[in-house]
Design a protein around this ligand. Structure first.
Ligand code: 8YV
Length: 326
């Protein structure tokens, strides 16, 4: 019997590629870009499955995939997908929400520490040969331990961050979320509050929200103005949640102490972005989940998700479970 065809648009580790090949005939691309879209469209004519990460996965693309039965992304976020269109077509879509939780929480703590203690800045000065005598106050940062951690978006990553902040750094924790998170409260002493209170009281405001219509530019001029001048903003969900020009203004004016960012309104970050030159910004290239182990686990999860879904056996990690009831 012929194997079902799939389009794979991300390079996989050899053993995972082999596992996929046991089940499917694979047409492979290195991402889906404006350049190769037409070629991808051709391959999709026959494809029953789609697996990869990144790119703009929209209605036009699905229009070229009349046989599509399942979609699997190697990511927790899926704002680049037209999920409503997939749901309309009764196609299940799976993501990888558990594989990256601890690694992203580690990245957030790295941003907290490096921004507060000015790690990047100071290390650059050492490399430039500036460490000649006893260091003065211009090398100092601010403490992290015992400061108030504010978490906006209490999902799996928020919970893992609360754990680190509570046990590792003795930080009181405030959080803002749509619903109460009993585990965060009972295990890590987190307290739910309104966004305004969190902005006013927190020393670290960590934004971990996905990109949706409701979260677009949730943190703008007014919200930034509520933060303490000694506070640091961390952005590790999706870039457009923060109004970047407003943030740049606040950073330049010194109305907040600094920002640690792994995600941006435009990625890769444009070469002329002021964020690249501000000394109180630590900018990472969207590496929240980028460790060898975690990227492997995410890919393995996405491969398993696709194999199961193509057998009609979607158990978990489905972002549009309503299609399963039909
Ligand atoms: C991924 C992410 O690395 O999972 C997500 O949503 O933002 C990152 O972990 C990114 O999507 C590229 O695969």
């Amino acid at each position: 019997m012929n194997k079902p065809s799939i389009v794979l648009y991300k390079k996989l580790p050899a053993d995972l590629h082999q596992r996929l090949e046991e089940h499917f005939a694979i047409t492979e691309f290195d991402g889906i870009t404006d350049k190769n879209r037409a070629e991808v469209f051709d391959a999709l004519q026959n494809a029953e499955g789609l697996l990869g990460s990144g790119g703009k996965i929209d209605k036009e693309l699905f229009d070229h995939a009349p046989r599509l039965r399942a979609v699997s992304t190697i990511s927790v976020g899926y704002d680049n997908f037209d999920v409503a269109e997939l749901t309309r077509r009764e196609i299940p879509m799976m993501h990888t929400p558990t594989a990256l939780t601890d690694t992203v929480a580690d990245t957030v703590m790295a941003l907290v520490l490096s921004t507060a203690r000015r790690v990047v800045n100071v290390a650059e000065r050492v490399k430039a040969g500036e460490w000649n005598e006893n260091i003065g106050e211009d090398w100092f940062g601010i403490d992290v331990h015992h400061k108030t951690m504010g978490i906006v978006g209490m999902g799996r990553i928020g919970l893992a961050l609360a754990q680190r902040a509570h046990f590792g750094f003795n930080m009181p924790i405030l959080y803002n979320a749509r619903s109460q998170h009993k585990e965060a409260e009972e295990k890590f002493g987190a307290r739910k509050c309104e966004l305004n209170e969190l902005l006013k009281e927190s020393d670290f405001v960590c934004i971990l929200l996905p990109m949706t219509e409701q979260t677009f530019h949730l943190i703008g001029k007014e919200e930034l103005a509520k933060m303490k001048s000694s506070a640091i903003l961390i952005s590790a969900g999706r870039g457009p949640v923060i109004d970047e020009p407003a943030l740049i203004e606040a950073l330049k004016a010194g109305t907040i102490y600094g920002a640690g960012m792994d995600v941006f309104e435009t990625e890769p970050l444009p070469k002329d972005s002021a964020l690249l030159t501000l000394p109180n910004v630590v900018a990472l290239p969207h590496i929240g989940s980028a460790t060898h182990e975690t990227r492997y686990d995410m890919a393995a999860c996405a491969v398993d998700n696709l194999i199961a879904a193509m057998k009609g056996d979607v158990k978990e990690f489905c972002v549009n479970p309503e299609v399963l009831k039909k």
